[in-house]
Design a protein around this ligand. Structure first.
Ligand code: HEM
Length: 152
């Protein structure tokens, strides 16, 4: 990349990369701080990674640790659950690019539109903006069960 292209990426790193990552980390630490059981289990899993010796019986290097952290299943669960419950980006959107299309409705009883007609899909047209409520979906009891708002 040219120097100008590299400079142009920096605003993306700040806008898309900084707040998202810092807020994700903050909420994850908060969730872990509030849940002693998860905290103990995660600490144990991470300590074990650190204690593992290399094949040459040397202490692990930073690269070894990074490699092990990437394979730490429990850490992965903790991070994913925290991102579900405390999604740093709460909404996103998509734009319809077909002349006509439709979004199916999950509920089998459908819904009644403004003209009183029962429908099982939401009709959309080209350039319609579809809002995707990430936070609401992530906490929906329909998808996650009754304890949808708990950190599990
Ligand atoms: C925990 C951290 C992060 C979260 C939760 C997050 C979340 C998101 C979400 C929800 C989208 C929109 C996806 C979509 O609607 O298609 C997105 C897109 C994007 N993010 Fe992140 N992000 C994170 C970290 C970062 C970092 C560190 C960078 C760059 C340094 C970054 C750069 C981008 C870019 C460039 C896009 C647009 C991608 C595209 O449309 O092609 N994000 N991110």
């Amino acid at each position: 990349m040219s120097e100008e292209e590299v400079l142009c990426q920096i605003s993306t790193f700040f806008a898309a990369g900084h707040e998202t990552t810092s807020s994700a980390l903050t909420w994850c630490l908060y969730a872990v701080a509030k849940d002693k059981r998860v905290q103990d289990r995660l600490r144990k899993a991470l300590r074990e990674l650190e204690e593992e010796r290399t094949s040459e019986n040397q202490p692990p290097t930073t690269d070894d640790l990074t490699d092990r952290i990437m394979r730490c299943t429990y850490l992965d669960w903790v991070v994913r659950e925290s991102l579900r419950l405390h999604a740093p980006v709460t909404n996103t959107m998509r734009v319809c690019m077909r002349e006509e299309d439709s979004i199916p409705v999950r509920d089998e009883t459908g819904y009644v539109d403004a003209r009183g007609k029962r429908r099982w899909e939401i009709p959309v047209r080209k350039w319609d903006i579809i809002s995707i409520p990430i936070q609401a979906i992530n906490k929906s009891q329909v998808f996650w069960g009754e304890d949808a708002t708990a950190f599990r």
